[in-house]
Design a binder for this molecule. Structure first.
Ligand SMILES: [Zn+2]
Length: 424
């Protein structure tokens, strides 16, 4: 989206953010993560004070002017220099007078908060650094402690679920939906019956002292031998306050991903995010921060512009990506791919249109016609094995009509093989 609207990427020295004028060197400073400069915005006739990061907002009209200035340059060298100075390139969207290039460039909450901030906290800071460790043969450690709690946690199916071995290679990498469920659900709301703390704080309460002892020993060894050998300096496996900080993010996320949201909640989200991000920087260092941490401060303002995240996050388009990805392309490349995908798309469409009326219509006279068109399609396709994945669809159709009636119809077509079932 950044490139589409003429912006530079996050590595640009002058303009790494499409929303504000923060330079690369200040991307994770306290000023860039803070509540920022308030200005009044009128959305749906509701006047609210919204704010961006501590740096001034970029202006849509100014960005459009820069786009036209870039397009007017004649040489590649001049354009490269202009891009270095302003972080702006030409975009065709600049022709649309109604299109505010700054405001309509969306920082996607799915990638930014779930696959960005949440993943960095869980996977980069806790799993990769072995803050949360898997069991050894002799000792139960942090992850098995979490697994034990998760095993007793029940959630409605629509809320989501986590792999049984979350955090271990056997659990695989978590999807955006699983991060949403984990951060706003079990990790933050499972409460121990022995105390009133929730799951992540319970883990810290149980293992922090052991981690501190390990760190003290490692420091002693480093001072005695390690330093002389040139070994790297030890760092604490767990730090006091990480759990509390995680709960700040979980609370902010819980409000942000709500299906409805009250504008009065925005200051609360901003202050939680600000506290979480600055504490993250204090605990792990600014070198551990990612561009997503800065971009997250702009998400609350998008809620004012576009409403709840369900209106504009990328789950819809990701679903379409999956659909396209699963269309068989026979590994074609170089111009053949499109034809192959189109053929597969057409074939799927033909199967669906033949099967759908059979699923939803129990009318016997239409049944006969639909059944024949289905069989004809299979005979024409001549690659029954390839279409065996339709078996589930076909099975659901069989459930909708009396089996005996179905088999009688198929008997009229000798030696027909449908979804691997030979009808005698
Ligand atoms: Zn910014």
């Amino acid at each position: 989206m950044c490139k589409l609207c003429g912006f530079a990427d996050h590595g640009h020295i002058v303009a790494p953010c499409p929303k504000c004028h923060v330079p690369q060197s200040e991307l994770f400073s306290d000023k860039s993560l803070q509540d920022g400069i308030p200005f009044t915005s009128c959305v749906l006739s509701i006047f609210v004070d919204v704010s961006i990061s501590g740096y001034p907002a970029r202006d849509g009209e100014r960005h459009r002017q820069l786009c036209y200035q870039y397009a007017a340059l004649k040489t590649t060298k001049a354009r490269e220099e202009f891009f270095k100075r302003h972080g702006v390139r030409w975009t065709e969207f600049a022709r649309l007078k109604y299109f505010d290039l700054i405001r309509y460039t969306v920082i996607d909450p799915m990638h930014n908060l779930l696959l960005g901030v949440a993943k960095t906290q869980w996977y980069t800071q806790w799993i990769q650094t072995k803050t949360l460790r898997a069991d050894t043969g002799l000792y139960h450690r942090e992850l098995s402690f979490i697994h034990k709690f998760l095993a007793s946690y029940e959630a409605p199916q629509w809320a989501g679920h986590l792999p049984l071995r979350v955090g271990e290679p056997a659990g695989g990498s978590l999807s955006a939906d699983e991060y949403k469920f984990a951060v706003t659900g079990p990790w933050a709301i499972i409460v121990s019956p022995l105390n009133s703390r929730t799951l992540i704080p319970i883990v810290w309460e149980r293992f922090l002292e052991e981690a501190n002892q390990d760190y003290a020993k490692a420091k002693q060894n480093y001072n005695k031998i390690g330093r002389a050998k040139g070994e790297s300096k030890p760092f604490p496996r767990m730090v006091e306050g990480e759990d509390e900080n995680f709960l700040r993010f979980a609370t902010a996320l819980k409000i942000i991903v709500g299906r409805s949201i009250r504008l009065e909640k925005l200051p609360r989200i901003k202050s939680l995010l600000h506290k979480y991000l600055t504490t993250f920087s204090e605990i792990y260092g600014s070198s551990e921060m990612k561009p997503n941490h800065h971009w997250a401060v702009h998400v609350p303002d998008q809620l004012v512009d576009f409403g709840p995240v369900y209106n504009f996050w990328a789950f819809f388009t990701e679903r379409l990506n999956k659909l396209l990805k699963n269309i068989n392309s026979n590994n074609w490349t170089g111009g053949e791919l499109e034809v192959s995908m189109m053929r597969e798309f057409h074939r799927n469409g033909a199967v669906d249109s033949a099967v759908s009326p059979m699923i939803y219509l129990n009318c016997s006279n239409k049944y006969s016609q639909a059944c024949r068109s289905y069989i004809k399609f299979f005979l024409r396709a001549k690659d029954h094995a390839h279409l065996s994945w339709k078996q589930n669809l076909f099975s659901s159709w069989l459930k909708e009509i009396p089996t005996q009636q179905c088999l009688e119809r198929f008997r009229t077509l000798p030696n027909t093989v449908v979804c691997g079932i030979r009808i005698a």
